[in-house]
Design a protein around this ligand. Sequence first.
Ligand SMILES: C[S@@+](CC[C@H](N)C(=O)[O-])C[C@H]1O[C@@H](n2cnc3c(N)ncnc32)[C@H](O)[C@@H]1O
Length: 307
Amino acid sequence: MIEPDRYSFRRYLDAKRSVDRRARNRRVAAAFRRALEGFDEPVELCEIGTGTGAMIETILEWTVDTEVRYTAIDVDPALVEAASDGIADRPRGSSREPAGSDGSMRVDRDGAAFEVEFRAEDALAHLADGESTYDAVVAQAFLDLTDVRTALEAVVNGLRPGGIAYFPITFDGVTSLVPPIDAELDERIERRFHRRMDATEKVDGETGDSEAGRRLLTAIPETGGRVVAAGGSDWVVRPNDDGYAADEAYFLHHIVDTIESALEADGTLDAERLRTWAEARHEQIAAAELVYLAHQLDVLGRWPAST
Ligand SMILES: C[S@@+](CC[C@H](N)C(=O)[O-])C[C@H]1O[C@@H](n2cnc3c(N)ncnc32)[C@H](O)[C@@H]1O
């Protein structure tokens, strides 16, 4: 079987972890870690779109000496459950405490205390209502799903004066699959795929943004903030001598299937031609020949005390 029998978004998010880890911009990550050290402890942090919890694991590693209270929010309850189970099943384990209250979990680690509260709800609405405010907001691989400016306004509302927001893996307008199948067709598929992102309602009636990364660089100052650090975090997925790393072959199949589904819905390309193209891409993955590139930016912003 060249193509997987079924596709699972949860498996895709887990397969994405090794790709993100390689891609994240180290300079921007270092600036984020330094900024976290500047807050009074415990640092209160809210994550938008936690998925299966990849960013919780990363921030656990990055804050060993800093006490953290982490609010992890995803609109999909099944993903929130997966993230919560993933943290509870870590080798060192975790305990839900205080039992039966808000469901927050204390993660057992060497170093400073780390507590996570999981919430299944719209994170932008949670931030926009301003009832809880945070030192830091994090959203990885999220902003291309929504209108960047509207999302930032919600984020700013949920930040305390001097608060920061870290947006790793923010898609920015380039998808490339090589070697080519048919250069003209590949180019047309990329263009229509991005246009579909820009035209499809995803979050709260907002359409996505295939150039979210660059939009962020102007939207931060427009909302009264300052870009503290920014840099590329392109995904580069390619085979080694032993094939693709970890579950990255599945990751690639999922990406090709996502592009095919978007183009099917778009309806401008002949269905047979699209199917033949997708099959050829799946075959390239099975033969460990496909290389996938996606251009992304990591951005860290701070909103000064005066806003
Ligand atoms: C592309 S996934 C990224 C997940 C995770 N950040 C990662 O990098 O693995 C985007 C996530 O945002 C969630 N999401 C979409 N709209 C949301 C909203 N308004 N509030 C909270 N989560 C949302 C989706 O359910 C999905 O899990």
